[in-house]
Design a protein around this ligand. Structure first.
Ligand SMILES: NC(=O)c1ccc[n+]([C@@H]2O[C@H](COP(=O)([O-])OP(=O)(O)OC[C@H]3O[C@@H](n4cnc5c(N)ncnc54)[C@H](O)[C@@H]3O)[C@@H](O)[C@H]2O)c1
Length: 886
């Protein structure tokens, strides 16, 4: 009799205890081989070998392509062992030869297919283009790495296939493995080990130890050097394995029991369904975890179906597994035979109707063997134990249902969810039923079909994780995220500031993709801009005031044939519905470019439209920060106020009624492609709006100076904007037609917009947003009123920057300290506002005093406040500023 040894660290060895056991042919009950019986010491030796091999990098350090080459050698060695493997499997496990002969072929296919997929399709490393954390600029990527030492514990029903299912993915993904086959069926796994050795898989990468589960299982599942356990077997043992693995928090995948429903709808092809039900239950003597052991049959066809199924079951030939005429062989063991007999007794006692089978079979010419007849129970209630508990033998329960819904409900009334089937001539109906069943696999008009790239695994108590396919490969890797900071410098790190008194961010990146064209008549550049952008169908977005001033028509004329329409219903401080309505207009006209003509309200709406047009859905879907990865719908912005700078900024401020506040889209990809600064477009702006929008720009510039994000580029832009506003605001107030001064104001607003994009701005903005949303105070007016107060609040945190602001505002700072100059800057702002006729108090613009506390609470949560030069953590301080401004 042949003797099989354990395979540890590349060697075939006897057990350290010297023990061995016999493997029995279940078809004859005769011993066919002896096998070394591993104990704790052998398990520890195998784990040590696997650990050493993994840690050495001899396997895990290879590229997936190099491992694929080795797996192909492995597959070739399996091919060479093919006949021996098939015959041994057949004798050892009771699988009929017609089934066992596929084992090696399937194994070869799996090794080759999965190793090729791992080498060519698996995402070993993946860039994360947008991390979702706006405070941590840099590169983020993930790596998938092998887990380490894996233990595979496999059952006796498909010993060879299960060995491949565990060894292949573990090795392909760079792990090492200790495999423990079921003691009654160890032989094929030990032959596979021979093939691995012959293929030159390095020592210790594959180890196979045989023996009964108890002590071996405990050692394998609790050993600290084991990183993962992949188990296939009963739910009961699965629970125990999970418990044992929890001690050292091992990764666990479990493929456990099932009580799957095979649903026969009233419109099924009767012969096909009968065949599917018999194949789904009696194939391999019913010893398959996902067998359709609950056949659910429509009441309309129940009697006819049952009759045909009985006849078909009785026509199956039960015989010795090596006899080529056998449809079914023996059960695997005496123990399994006893289990089946016990459940048949239970079924009869529970009141189910045994219509065929229910007895052992004697095979002619053979003494002994665990043969059992295909057994059908009719009139089964799904609550019976025979319908709820896994029998793992050729016993099927046939259950009646009245509607598809009831069939789904019965199917789902189980602790298991592994497989299942639907038979119907209506594919759509069958798919609806398949979707309703809570289970890992559903076959329609088929059963027991596996494929290398189709994942297999359980819902509910049928398991954890998946095998096969890319999903199965993922189960053998761990995900590592690697973040590389954009700038490796303490003072450039926004997050470290949380534990530091130094809030300033020193490093920066600067990106301003908007092309700017400025000057009288700059509008005429729009035609070429359209051509350069490759666009032909511009939609003009504007508001009624701007249209009435004749500005939108100027643009329409300049666009000539490239204009497909004009949408002029954008309100001041637009909300998401305004964006959706404008997007709808753009969709209807099939616009390929948006031309915004207006102030911040129109330009911001246009930004929202460009994102929604490009990405679909509604504006509310796109209120995100820094998530876009590519250019959006082209946008040409023509500002008609000299205020927001939105024509060059990366922000769109949109009111969300759901959130009850202004929310943002912030992204480099929403910066308009071109900004046209033509002074003719602001000359019609009424005096009051001229002043309040100018205060918006001035607030951008001054807050940019004191922001924690400020840098030298931003400072340059901001200071020049302040100078231009200080010089030109009085001029445009005096004469709105002063074209040169109007252009300078536009340039100032654009410069301030750029500065604001870098600086993300500060407390005055947060406070202005709040009174804007709660009291409808125009943004610029609210900014202006609170700005000098916020400058004074910031004085001890940004005196040097505010001193520069003072100079830009024309204050003679000679002889002043920075602090004195900073306070003088605040005074100068107030003086400028008075000179320009800007409202000076919140009470003058409709804010009620009793609402100030609620404003303070809202303001503190505004994003802009995060970047204020002085940290703002106390709503009482903000309330105090509101009171000063009141
Ligand atoms: N995206 C950004 O970077 C950014 C920055 C700051 C503010 N904002 C937002 O911008 C909005 C405010 O924009 P705004 O201050 O430019 O005002 P606005 O766009 O709301 O326009 C105000 C009014 O002025 C009228 N108007 C505009 N230009 C005119 C002209 N040339 N002649 C006659 N009438 C004219 C409009 O018809 C409108 O009634 C707010 O919602 C604010 O939150 C956006």
């Amino acid at each position: 009799m042949e003797h099989y040894k354990l395979f540890i660290n590349g060697e075939f060895v006897d057990a350290q205890s010297g023990k061995s056991f016999e493997s029995i042919d279940p078809g004859t009950e005769q011993p066919i081989a002896t096998v070394a019986q591993a104990g704790k010491a052998d398990a520890e030796a195998a784990i040590a070998a696997a650990r050493k091999a993994f840690d050495s990098g001899v396997w895990s350090g290879l590229t997936p392509v190099a491992r694929m080459a080795k797996m192909q050698d492995f597959a070739d060695q399996i091919a060479q062992q093919g006949l021996r493997l098939a015959a041994t499997e057949c004798m050892d496990s009771g699988q009929i030869m017609g089934l066992a002969k596929f084992g090696p072929l399937l194994g070869i296919g799996l090794l080759r297919n999965l190793s090729l997929a791992a080498a060519t399709k698996f995402p070993w490393e993946e860039e994360i283009p947008i991390s979702g954390n706006v405070f941590a600029p840099g590169r983020d990527f993930i790596r998938r790495e092998p887990i380490g030492v894996c233990v595979g514990i496999i059952p006796w029903n498909f010993p060879m296939t299960m060995a491949f299912w565990k060894i292949a993915p573990a090795l392909i993904m760079g792990n090492t493995i200790v495999l423990k086959p079921a003691s009654v069926t160890s032989l094929s796994a030990l032959i596979i080990a021979e093939a691995a050795k012959a293929a030159g898989i390095p020592d210790g990468v594959v180890n196979v130890i045989a023996g009964p589960g108890g002590e071996l299982g405990k050692t394998l599942c609790t050993h600290p050097d084991v990183d993962k356990i992949a188990f296939t077997g009963s739910t009961e043992v699965g629970r125990e394995i999970m418990r044992m693995a929890s001690e050292t928090v091992k990764k666990v995948t479990l493929e456990l029991g099932g009580k799957s429903a095979n649903i026969i709808l009233d419109d099924a092809d009767m012969d096909l369904a009968v065949e599917g039900a018999c194949f789904g239950t009696f194939f391999h003597q019913g010893q398959i975890c996902e067998s359709g052991t609950r056949v659910l049959v429509s009441a309309k066809i129940y009697d006819e179906f049952l009759d045909k199924m009985k006849k078909r079951a009785e026509s199956l030939r039960i015989g010795y597994q090596m006899d080529p005429t056998s449809h079914m062989g023996p059960l695997v063991s005496k123990q399994q035979l006893a289990t089946v007999e016990r459940y048949v007794k239970i079924g009869t006692e529970e009141g189910a109707k045994l219509i065929t089978g229910g007895k052992r079979i004697e095979v002619q010419g053979i003494k002994g063997g665990y043969y059992y007849a295909p057994t059908i129970f009719a009139n089964v209630n799904n609550k019976m134990r025979i319908a709820q508990e896994e029998i793992f033998g050729p016993v099927v329960c046939v259950i009646k249902f009245k509607s598809d819904e009831e069939a789904i409900a019965i199917a789902n009334d189980s602790i298991y969810g592994l497989g299942g089937g639907v038979f119907s001539t209506n594919t759509a109906r069958a798919e609806r039923v398949a979707r309703g069943v809570r289970t890992g696999t559903m076959w329609i008009n088929n059963y027991h079909i596996f494929a290398d790239f189709c994942p297999f695994g359980g819902y509910k108590q049928s398991g954890v994780g998946r095998e096969l396919g890319l999903a199965g490969l993922h189960e053998y890797t761990l995900v590592k995220r690697i973040h590389v900071a954009a700038i490796a410098d303490k003072k450039s790190n926004m997050t470290f500031q949380l534990m530091s008194d130094y809030k300033k961010v020193d490093g920066f990146s600067y990106n301003c993709p908007t092309a700017v064209i400025a000057g009288h008549g700059a509008l005429s550049a729009i035609y070429k801009a359209m051509v350069d952008l490759g666009c032909r169908r511009a939609l003009i977005l504007t508001d009624p005031g701007v249209r009435k001033a004749g500005l939108a028509d100027l643009v329409k004329d300049a666009l000539v044939d490239f204009c497909v329409g004009m949408y002029d219903k954008i309100p001041a401080d637009p909300d998401l519905a305004s964006v959706d309505a404008a997007t709808e207009a753009a969709r209807e006209l099939d616009a390929d470019c948006i031309v915004s003509v207006g102030g911040g309200s129109v330009i911001d709406t246009a930004k929202g439209v460009c994102v929604t047009l490009k990405n679909g859905g509604k504006a509310n879907d796109h209120l995100n920060l820094l998530v876009l990865t590519e250019p959006q719908t082209p946008h040409i912005a023509i500002p008609t106020t000299a205020g927001t700078g939105s024509e060059v900024t990366n922000a769109a401020v949109l009111t969300s009624t759901g959130a009850g506040r202004k929310l943002f889209i912030v992204d480099t990809h929403i910066m308009p492609n071109m900004a046209i600064l033509d002074p003719r477009f602001t000359m019609t702006l009424p005096k009051e709006l001229t002043v309040t929008t100018a205060m918006d720009a001035l607030t951008h510039a001054i807050e940019a100076m004191t922001s924690t994000m400020a840098n030298k580029i931003c400072d340059g832009q901001a200071l020049q904007a302040i100078r231009l506003i200080n010089e030109n605001l009085p001029l445009v107030v005096a004469d709105g037609k002063n074209e040169k001064a109007r252009l300078n104001m536009q340039i100032a607003a654009t410069l301030a917009g750029w500065a604001f994009t870098i600086a993300q701005v500060g407390l005055a903005h947060g406070m202005a947003h709040t009174v804007g949303i709660l009291h409808h105070v125009p943004h610029g007016a609210a900014c202006g009123i609170v700005l000098p107060k916020v400058m004074r609040y910031n004085v001890d945190h940004a005196a040097d920057k505010l001193a520069l602001v003072a100079q830009a505002l024309g204050v003679d700072t000679a002889g002043m300290t920075d602090r004195e100059a900073a306070l003088a800057a605040a005074d100068a702002v107030e003086a400028l506002m008075k000179k320009a006729g800007h409202p000076m108090r919140l009470r003058d613009v409709g804010v009620q005093e009793e609402n100030l506390p609620i404003c303070a609470f809202h303001a503190i949560a505004d994003t802009a406040v995060l970047f204020n030069g002085r940290p703002v953590n106390d709503p009482n301080e903000v309330l105090e500023i509101y009171k000063q401004a009141y």
